[in-house]
Design a protein around this ligand. Structure first.
Ligand code: HXC
Length: 258
C-alpha cells in the first residue's frame, strides 16, 4: 500500500510508524487511521518485527482527531458508523508491544492514541490534553477511561472539564508517561527500548504484555491468578530454559524465539 499520511519503515526488528500530516499537526483523519491499521496489521504479521513505535513530528505527535472532518457529521452518521470503532483501536489490539514516542502536542485523539500504546516515552516538549470540551464534545477514543486509570480522577477530571494541558514533567510525575527525554533524543531512546524488547523472547514479551494489561480488565484476585498461570506456562518454553541456564552459566541468553 502507498501511504500518504504516515511514513512506515523498519529499523532492524523495529517497525516504525511516523504520523505525517504536518500541515494539520498530524490531525488523525479517517485515511490516516486506516493507513495505520494496515501498517500495524503488516507489522503484526511480519515475523521479523518484534516491536512497533508510533511517533509524530517535533511540533505534534497528533493534535487530535481531524476536527474539520468531524465537523459536518450528524448524530446518525456517527451512530451508524459507530465512529470511532473501526481503525481507531487497532493500536490497543496489537499483541506485539507498541511504544508511543511523543513530542509536542498529544491532544484529544492524539493523547488517546498514545494511551492505547503500551508505554509512552515523552520528549521534554510534550504536551498532553483532552480539549474536546472546548469543541462541545467529549473524548471518544477512551480518553475519559484510560486517562483516569493513568493519572487518577482529580487530574483526569480537571483535564477533561477544563481542557488544561499537562507538560512532560507533570505527565511523568502523574504516571502518564514512563519517562521524559530531551527532544533530540526521543526517537533514539524509543528505538533503544524497542531493540531491547526485540532482543528478548517474543512469546514471553507477549505474555508479559498480556499479563500487565489484565490488571486493567479484572479484579486483583483474578489478575494475580491469571499471572500465576501464565508464569507457570513460561516454564514450558525453551526460552525460559535458556534464560535461566544462561544466568547460571554466567553468559548472555540467546533466546530462540525472537
Ligand atoms: C484538524 C487541525 C487540528 C485538528 C490543528 N489543525 N489541530 N486540523 N483537526 N485537531 C490544523 C489547524 O486548523 C491549522 O490548519 C494547522 O493545523 C496548524 O494549527 P494552528 O492552530 O494554526 O497551530 P497553533 O497555533 O500552533 O496551535 C496548535 C494547537 C491548535 C494548540 C494544537 O491547533 C489546536 O488547538 N488544535 C485543536 C486541538 C484539539 O481540539 N484537539 C481535539 C480534537 S477532537 P490551517 O489550515 O488553518 O493552517 C478529538 C476527539 C477525539 O480529538 C474523539 C475520538 C476520535
Amino acid at each position: 500500500m502507498a501511504y500518504e499520511n504516515i511514513l512506515v519503515e523498519t529499523r532492524g526488528q523495529v517497525g516504525l510508524i511516523t504520523l505525517n500530516r504536518p500541515k494539520a499537526l498530524n490531525a488523525l483523519n479517517a485515511a490516516l487511521m486506516q493507513e495505520m491499521t494496515v501498517a500495524l496489521d503488516a507489522f503484526e504479521a511480519d515475523d521479523n518485527i518484534g516491536c512497533m513505535i508510533i511517533t509524530g513530528s517535533e511540533k505534534a505527535f497528533a493534535a487530535g482527531a481531524d476536527i474539520k472532518e468531524m465537523q459536518p457529521k450528524t448524530y446518525m452518521d456517527v451512530y451508524k458508523e459507530d465512529f470511532i470503532t473501526r481503525d481507531w483501536e487497532r493500536a490497543a489490539r496489537c499483541r506485539k508491544p507498541v511504544i508511543a514516542a511523543v513530542a509536542g502536542y498529544a491532544l484529544g485523539g492524539g493523547c488517546e492514541l498514545a494511551m492505547m500504546c503500551d508505554f509512552i516515552i515523552a520528549a521534554d516538549t510534550a504536551k498532553f490534553g483532552q480539549p474536546e470540551i472546548n469543541l462541545g464534545t467529549i473524548p471518544g477514543a477512551g480518553g475519559t477511561q484510560r486517562l483516569t486509570r493513568f493519572v487518577g480522577k482529580s487530574k483526569a477530571m480537571e483535564m477533561c472539564l477544563t481542557a488544561r494541558m499537562m507538560d512532560a514533567d507533570e505527565a511523568e510525575r502523574s504516571g502518564l508517561v514512563s519517562r521524559v527525554v530531551p527532544a533530540a533524543e526521543l526517537l533514539n531512546e524509543a528505538i533503544k527500548a524497542a531493540e531491547k524488547i526485540c532482543s528478548l523472547s517474543r512469546p514471553i514479551v507477549m505474555i508479559a504484555k498480556e499479563s500487565v494489561n489484565r490488571a486493567y480488565e479484572t479484579t486483583l484476585t483474578e489478575g494475580v491468578r491469571f499471572e500465576r498461570r501464565v508464569f507457570h506456562s513460561t516454564f514450558g518454553t525453551e526460552d525460559q530454559k535458556e534464560g535461566m541456564s544462561a544466568f547460571a552459566e554466567k553468559r548472555k541468553a540467546d533466546f530462540k524465539h525472537r
